[in-house]
Write a protein that binds this ligand. Structure first.
Ligand SMILES: [Zn+2]
Length: 449
């Protein structure tokens, strides 16, 4: 390896000349480059750097310090012209110039390069940006910077947490959505782990993600938030899940619950599926196979009636004739459509009237799944009707679900929920350009010593 003295090379994109034969490293305040080398084997730039200021004073007695040699520290920095950059910092060691002073030797420090760091702070901030909004995997970012996965993840944590923990990140939502999402698929060791996503409905932004789908998780989370923030929340949109309703009643007594149309129709579809499977089993003695009448129409049954068209509906009726001797599947189909029609109502009063017809139909259907569906809908009637007044829905989270999926794919399943939460919130829950982030101090480059 041969080091080139810096004065021999001009116009390096990251360095500015000051005419003295050394160059300031742009953006890394206080450092100058004394030599550089392009390593052909690795494609890396190796820069020898030192601090420009060659004076120091004893912290104990204030006497000017005397140089006590150097210690070389190797750290990775931001890439330069698409090449990895390695800094070799000749760190100054000092001792006190006063013989009577108790001070021992010490080394200089820099806010840009933490003690024992393998990366400059700005490189660590960049890794956080790549992994957060950039959606790179931690492994990919680590490889790009030539550091270990753990060093890269530590950078994401140190630079990401202040952004995520910042109170301003919570925004000022007037409507929250609570929704379950699966965190880890079931394995031999554990069932599918469900988490709770909390969404700012109007902004379509993830406010937080909780490690459980329970009343306690939501109550604890609400309890940790400032009262004025909680007071701004007027509506909470949930799927019809009692623990969520219980938590909201306890933690946000003045907020109103809304159950959106999407979750209501999903209940009707689930009941229809149950009736179909039960009938399938009773008539054929086995689970659905591709030539079974009910199995053939399992998707058409769940479609919107108006989307089937006359031919499609005729086919549904024909296969029901063949596979639904007691008309129970047909009844469940009709119940689903009756419930859907309540959403054609002009207003909440009209919707209430239509729901009454739906309840009567379910109650007299003689189909146990439909009787239960009618009772469930009736129990949630107030928040269901509130949708007709507010039109608030969790559907805005669909795009967020895609992001969640993508992040899970990158993280190979995220066994570590804390990492998962951090990355999710960095990706779609933190305003990236937030002006006040404590741990990242913008510094003015000092061009000359
Ligand atoms: Zn001293």
């Amino acid at each position: 390896m041969m080091w080139l003295l810096n004065g021999n090379i001009s116009r390096r994109p990251l360095m500015g000349h000051d005419g003295s034969g050394v160059s300031a490293l742009v953006g890394l305040g206080g450092f100058v480059v004394t030599a550089q080398l392009l390593d052909d084997a690795s494609g890396e730039w190796w820069l020898a750097v030192e601090t420009a200021d060659d004076r120091a004073w004893c912290e104990i007695c204030g006497v000017r310090a005397i140089g006590h040699g150097r210690r070389r520290v190797v750290v990775r920095d931001l890439p330069m012209a698409d090449r990895p950059v390695v800094l070799v910092w000749a760190k100054r060691l000092w001792r006190c110039g006063e013989a009577a002073c108790s001070a021992r030797t010490w080394s200089e420090d820099s806010g840009e390069i933490a003690p024992r760091a393998v990366l400059t702070e700005r490189a660590r901030a960049e890794i956080c940006r790549l992994v957060g909004p950039g959606e790179h995997s931690v492994a990919h970012a680590a490889r790009n910077f030539g550091v270990s996965w753990h060093a890269a993840m530590a950078a994401v944590r140190d630079h990401g947490r202040p952004r995520v923990d910042h109170l301003a990140r919570l925004g000022a939502p007037s409507a929250l959505g609570l929704d379950e999402t699966s965190f880890l698929a079931a394995t031999a060791e554990h069932p599918t782990l469900l988490v709770t996503g909390i969404i700012d409905i109007h902004e379509g932004r993830v406010v937080d993600v909780l490690a459980a789908r329970s009343a306690v998780a939501v109550t604890d989370w609400l309890g940790s938030k400032p009262a004025p923030w909680l007071a701004g929340i007027r509506h909470v949109v949930i799927d019809p899940y009692q623990p969520y309703a219980t938590a909201v009643a306890a933690g946000l007594p003045d907020a109103r619950l809304v159950v959106d149309h999407f979750h209501v129709i999903r209940l009707a579809n689930a009941a229809l599926d149950e009736v179909r499977r039960r009938t399938q089993q009773a008539t054929t003695g086995h689970r659905g196979r591709k030539d079974d009448p009910l199995y053939r129409i399992r998707r058409r049954l769940l479609a919107r009636h108006e989307d089937l068209g006359p031919d499609g509906f005729a086919r549904v009726l024909a296969w029901l004739d063949a596979g639904d001797p007691d008309g129970e599947v047909g009844a469940a189909y009709l119940a689903k459509e009756l419930l859907r029609e309540t959403y054609l109502a002009a207003d909440a009063f009209d919707a209430r009237r239509r729901l009454a017809g739906f309840y009567d139909y379910c109650a007299s259907s003689d189909v146990p799944e439909l009787e239960r569906l009618g009772r469930t809908i009736a129990r949630w009637e107030t928040p269901i009707l509130r949708w007709h007044r507010t039109r608030l829905t969790n559907a805005a989270t669909e795009g967020t679900n895609l992001i969640i999926k993508n992040i899970k794919r990158l993280g190979f399943g995220f066994r570590n929920f804390k990492n998962y939460r951090l990355r999710l919130l960095l990706r779609c829950g933190a305003p990236w350009q937030h002006p006040q982030v404590a741990s990242i101090r913008p510094r003015q480059p000092r061009i000359s010593a």
